[in-house]
Design a protein around this ligand. Structure first.
Ligand code: F1P
Length: 341
């Protein structure tokens, strides 16, 4: 469990391949929009995937919880490529969304971990992320691997559309650096353990991030809820001033995910707004944040890959918070391995 929760991507990372995609060049060129569906952590990787596809393939893309999509009689568009994401491949809401799409004649790919699972069988093709079994209930290493799979898929779509050949080399070099950088993040575990002990008694935790930081903030907040049962909320950082700032007080610390140097001024303003309300701040960034009470410093890679690296210390934060609070992290309450109803 210890190993699994560390979200480690070891040499299996190299086995994420696009061989089963079943999408030829002509079809790929015809894609006008990408819509990604999944639940929980799978939805969050979908948010990362949508950003990567917009950035690297310049195709408009978005993600939506499958559990919502399936109930709203969605308009199905033949030029949209639908992608269902699932660790277990058995999540009923995601499967139902796939079936609804297929009924309406859509082409649906899967990004799935468990080989031969229901969603893998139901989709027209896709990518196995080969993260190995998620021994515990929560998705951790699968989250990381799925984000890597989306980086490769985005590059592939971009390359077919002749957009990102130069970007491709840069991103592939970045992906190759990831295992060593992840090992570096994991070497900081002791520090994260101390931070977890310090923040474990929070009344509630806020998680904020902008653009690439936002899916990470959402996922970190979900991980904390799932294993430690600490109440947590996640917002896009710029949404704070549209209401949620009212919640900030010393007992409600904020975890700020700050990948982007080009948003430095904006990020600084967010931290100031929180400080003005006496909120404590734990930042995850590439350099020490002077306005934060603590910073977890994460190594630099290609900016597009930041969500992959920045998720990992926050998985560890959830893990150590759960331990500090005496939770049974092997069997989090009310959490099924796959939600099949
Ligand atoms: C989706 C999911 C997980 C969550 C829990 C319940 O699972 O929401 O993200 O951690 O296990 O199910 P999956 O479709 O990715 O298997």
């Amino acid at each position: 469990v210890d190993r699994v929760l560390r979200g480690r991507i070891d040499d299996r990372f190299a086995t994420v391949r696009l061989g089963g995609l079943n999408l030829d060049a002509r079809e790929a060129r015809g894609v006008r929009r990408v819509k990604i569906l999944g639940c929980g952590s799978a939805y969050h990787t979908g948010l990362i995937g949508a950003q990567l596809i917009e950035e690297l393939a310049r195709i408009p893309a978005d993600a939506e919880p499958a559990s919502e999509f399936r109930y709203r009689n969605p308009v199905v568009d033949p030029d949209t490529l639908y992608i269902a994401v699932s660790q277990s491949g058995e999540t009923y809401d995601t499967l139902a969304a796939v079936q609804e799409l297929k009924r309406k004649g859509a082409r649906v790919l899967g990004v799935v971990n468990v080989v031969g699972s229901a969603i893998a069988r139901e989709t027209d093709g896709g990518v196995y992320v080969h993260a190995g079994p998620e021994v515990c209930v929560v998705s951790t290493k699968c989250f990381t691997n799925t984000a890597v799979a989306f980086a490769l898929l985005a590059l592939h779509l971009g390359r077919i559309r002749d957009l990102s050949v130069a970007d491709g080399k840069r991103i592939i070099a970045g992906l190759r650096k990831l295992p060593e950088q992840i090992a570096e993040v994991l070497r900081g575990e002791e520090e994260i353990e101390k931070l977890a002990a310090e923040y474990a008694n929070a009344k509630s935790m806020m998680f904020v991030g902008r653009v690439r930081g936002y899916p990470v903030a959402r996922e970190a907040s979900l991980k904390l809820k799932e294993v430690s049962y600490v109440h947590a909320e996640a917002y896009p950082a710029s949404e704070l001033k549209h209401g949620p700032l009212a919640l900030i007080e010393p007992e409600v610390p904020t975890v700020a995910v700050l990948p982007d140097d080009d948003l430095l001024e904006k990020n600084r303003a967010t931290l100031e707004e929180i400080k003005a309300r006496s909120g404590r701040i734990l930042a995850v960034a590439h350099q020490e944040q002077e306005k934060a009470d603590h910073t977890i410093v994460v190594p630099r890679n290609e900016a597009e890959l930041d969500p992959i690296l920045m998720g990992i210390p926050l998985q560890l934060l959830a893990y150590h918070t759960a331990l500090a609070l005496g939770r049974d992290i092997d069997k989090p309450r009310n959490l099924a391995k796959s939600v099949t109803v």
